[in-house]
Design a binder for this molecule. Structure first.
Ligand SMILES: [Zn+2]
Ligand SMILES: [Zn+2]
Ligand SMILES: [Zn+2]
Ligand SMILES: [Zn+2]
Ligand SMILES: [Zn+2]
Length: 510
């Protein structure tokens, strides 16, 4: 009856983690199979290593400078290891018939010792032999590790042993062959050592065959996964916070386009003359009938005929009702769109299509989606499968494109128009960010105050453009009835550092 080695399954109240149960009979089968594989390579390796050892042993010159000092020892360890391993393979095969199970551990210790011995011998040979037999061909053996004034090791060995320097290549190939076979023996002997050391079939045993895998995970893979899945994403999130914080400190939040003042005629100092044209156009359905055949630009120009006509086309007291009516009737309805710059109605026959540089602000307003912190962490900071790199769409933002523009805008300066349009996009992007009903693009929850991240709708990468506010404090809804004053705008929500920034760097105010 084999000893059970109960200390392997834990001692002093400590017990290793539970693994799946294995089979000692399977271990025995594995060992037999590896013994079978080992027989021929071991014999070959022992034979070649012995010849090489005797060669170096016989000639003292090969053991001196400039030749490798461990040459003799390298061949000797390989030879002795393989010479012991060869009979041991047969002996162990026989012993295993009766002695297995817990008895496998002594085999494991012997196998580990033999594997280590041969492995050390082979690794010593690595230092003075070429990696493959092609390193011996075409005179390379004669030039291998040559020191000035001396022959190569193979040339000297050929001269001493066979009285023929041309045999250097043959000696080199022989040594490399021995090294290759020895490497094969080391590999299978290591597997045999593993199988025979980690033999124990019990779930809680320290020597359960699965135990090294668990250690591998705990010692190497576990920490790597932890760093990759937990540490790095958090560092990315903190870095993002820091960058956004700095950008927010440098930016100016009191940015508002002043609303356009509406023109109010001074009625007390002017009386509209009653011309026949005004008499006709004052009848609204006639005016709308005329508008049916006009483009929007034409309506504007019609109103500029004289003050009286302007007053009947765009009556200042009725503007809110009149403008939508006129807009509805002018231009061809089927192909109507809006001018990119002034938002006025245009249609296929009145629009112009100049080839102008694209507007960099547009996609941020139409395509970019806000993200809350948990969704940013999940979709970007963790670099999940399918993660896209930060958005680089800005590189093509300004490439030329055909734009739909009204005739009036067509006649204006492009740069001025585009600058004004960009300022409106900036304002729009801020309004979108500060909208208290805006929802996260991923989890669709209403966003709270705090940091905002943005996802580009075109490339699905993170949009880091400064047009999006990094930090958003939603508007406070004020109740004038309770004594709240002010316009409820963002302007009043100025924190202490912003006030100081404005005092110290007043020129940054826009
Ligand atoms: Zn039109
Ligand atoms: Zn326009
Ligand atoms: Zn964007
Ligand atoms: Zn993009
Ligand atoms: Zn979300």
């Amino acid at each position: 009856m084999a000893p059970r080695l109960n200390c392997l399954t834990g001692c002093f109240g400590w017990q290793p983690a539970k693994l799946s149960r294995c089979s000692e009979l399977a271990t025995r089968a594995w060992m037999w199979a590896i013994h079978l594989i080992l027989i021929i390579p071991t014999a070959m390796a022992a034979f070649i290593a012995r010849n090489n050892y005797l060669l170096v042993e016989k000639h003292l010159e090969l053991q001196q400078y400039p030749y490798h000092p461990k040459m003799r020892l390298g061949f000797y360890m390989t030879y002795i290891g393989c010479a012991v391993l060869f009979p041991w393979v047969f002996l162990a095969t026989l012993l295993l018939k009766k002695w297995y199970g817990t008895w496998t551990l002594p085999y494991g210790i012997i196998n580990s010792g033999l594997a280590t011995t041969i492995a050390i011998g082979i690794s010593m040979q690595t230092q003075f032999l070429p990696a493959s037999s092609s390193g011996c061909k075409d005179g390379k053996a004669m030039n291998w590790q040559v020191v000035d004034g001396y022959d190569s090791m193979f040339t000297l060995a050929a001269k001493l042993d066979r009285n023929d320097a041309n045999k250097a290549e043959a000696i080199c190939k022989n040594m490399v062959a021995g090294w290759t076979v020895g490497g094969t023996v080391v590999f299978f002997q290591s597997v045999l050592a593993y199988v025979s050391v980690f033999f124990d079939e019990r779930e809680f045993s320290l020597l359960n065959p699965m135990r090294p895998l668990i250690w591998l995970v705990i010692l190497f893979v576990g920490p790597l996964l932890f760093v990759h899945d937990v540490i790095f994403p958090r560092i990315r999130l903190w870095l993002s916070y820091a960058k956004k914080g700095v950008a927010e400190l440098r930016s100016t939040r009191d940015f508002q386009i002043p609303p356009q003042a509406r023109f109010t005629p001074q009625y007390q100092s002017f009386e509209a003359p009653k011309t026949k044209l005004t008499n006709v156009l004052a009848i609204e359905h006639v005016l709308l009938n005329v508008t049916d055949y006009l483009h929007h630009d034409d309506v504007v120009h019609l109103s500029m005929t004289c003050r009286a006509v302007r007053e009947v086309v765009y009556p200042s007291e009725d503007l809110d009702y009149r403008v939508p009516k006129l807009t509805r009737h002018c231009c061809s309805i089927s192909e109507a769109s809006k001018c990119l710059y002034c938002n006025n109605k245009i249609c296929g026959s009145c629009q112009r299509n100049p080839l102008w540089p694209g507007l960099s602000g547009r996609r941020h307003v139409t395509d970019c989606k806000p993200y809350c912190e948990p969704c940013y962490y999940k979709s970007f900071a963790r670099h999940p499968r399918g993660y896209k790199k930060p958005c680089k769409c800005y590189s093509i933002d300004r490439s030329n494109e055909f734009q739909d523009v009204c005739r009036s805008c067509m006649s204006k300066d492009v740069d001025t128009l585009q600058a004004a349009r960009h300022r409106r996009y900036q304002q729009e992007a801020r309004d979108i960010a500060y909208d208290e009903n805006s929802k996260c693009g991923d989890c669709k929850k209403v966003l709270k105050d705090g940091m905002r991240w943005w996802k580009c709708g075109k490339c699905s990468g993170e949009c880091r453009d400064k047009i999006h506010p990094g930090f958003v404090k939603t508007k406070k809804v004020r109740d004038p009835e309770k004594g709240d004053v002010g316009n409820g705008g963002i302007d009043e929500d100025v924190s202490w550092w912003r006030k100081w920034r404005n005092v110290l760097l007043p020129e940054r105010r826009q």
